[in-house]
Design a protein around this ligand. Sequence first.
Ligand code: CP
Length: 318
Amino acid sequence: MNYLSINSIDNISDWVLEAKNLKKEPLKFQEIGKNKTIGLLFFNNSLRTRLSTQKAALNLGMHTVVMNFGSEGWALEFEDGKIMNQGNSEHVKEAAQVISQFCDIIAIRAFASLTDKQKDLAEEVLSAFVKYATVPIVNMESSVGHPLQALADAITINEFNTVLKPKVVLSWAPHPRALPHAVANSFIEMMQKQDVEFVITHPKGYELDPKITKNSKIEHNQNKAFENADFIYTKNWSSFNDYGKIISQDNNWMVTKKKMNLTNNAKFMHCLPVRRNVVVADEVLDNENSIVIEQANNRTYAAQVVLKKILEKIDSTY
Ligand code: CP
């Protein structure tokens, strides 16, 4: 009943279709969430995920409670058997069970630390809540994945696609801060399950986890990758091998009009927030081919289909 990665989706085409139907009639299933509460726990900042998941829950008739755990909750301990005589006040073992008394679904945002690769790959926070909570868990971006974003991306590509088998390019772009791999990971996993020609382009040294990229095509020449593309999805990520490090900020990788001119009049996508004139030039972001706002809008319907599926399973359990 959890939504932890895109592998929690049993049939992507069906879910995309259902999301598009919910977009047409968002309030059609107001009864399904009646008297149910979702708790949204944020260990990190958010605009889109926070508001779209609340909106999705409200569309389904749910109550929402939101907690900025990073700043408002007791500092959590995750290690089993720990002698808790230092900074952390509460063990996740109690916290997760207690939150489960108040909420029918718990949604969690907990980014990668980018300092401890093993803990990040083990999804320390998300896994602990899955282990100790007694209600379904939704991943609102964890160390390794952002499956709500990836589902919204699939919905958006489906809506805007005009060709039989579109060429979709995931392009790294520079950024002044070290960013996690989660968005890129989930987007790659989603594209691997779609009928698309998929290409990843990044400077050498920015290889992602090979367990994620598998046999996806990687092209180190960004201009070549952009040729005849139908969708350009841009995202920065820090080094995976030299874990969490910025090894290049080459602004030649910024997405410009000149680069977009190499494409098949491609649509421009980004999960947002985006740094203008660092990741992408104003002329691209403000162009009519930029679909980032509709992509963000689709976050609601991605979250709504996920919550609806979980609520249906909760109902069928009792
Ligand atoms: N794309 C995305 O997850 O946005 P927020 O970080 O603002 O939630």
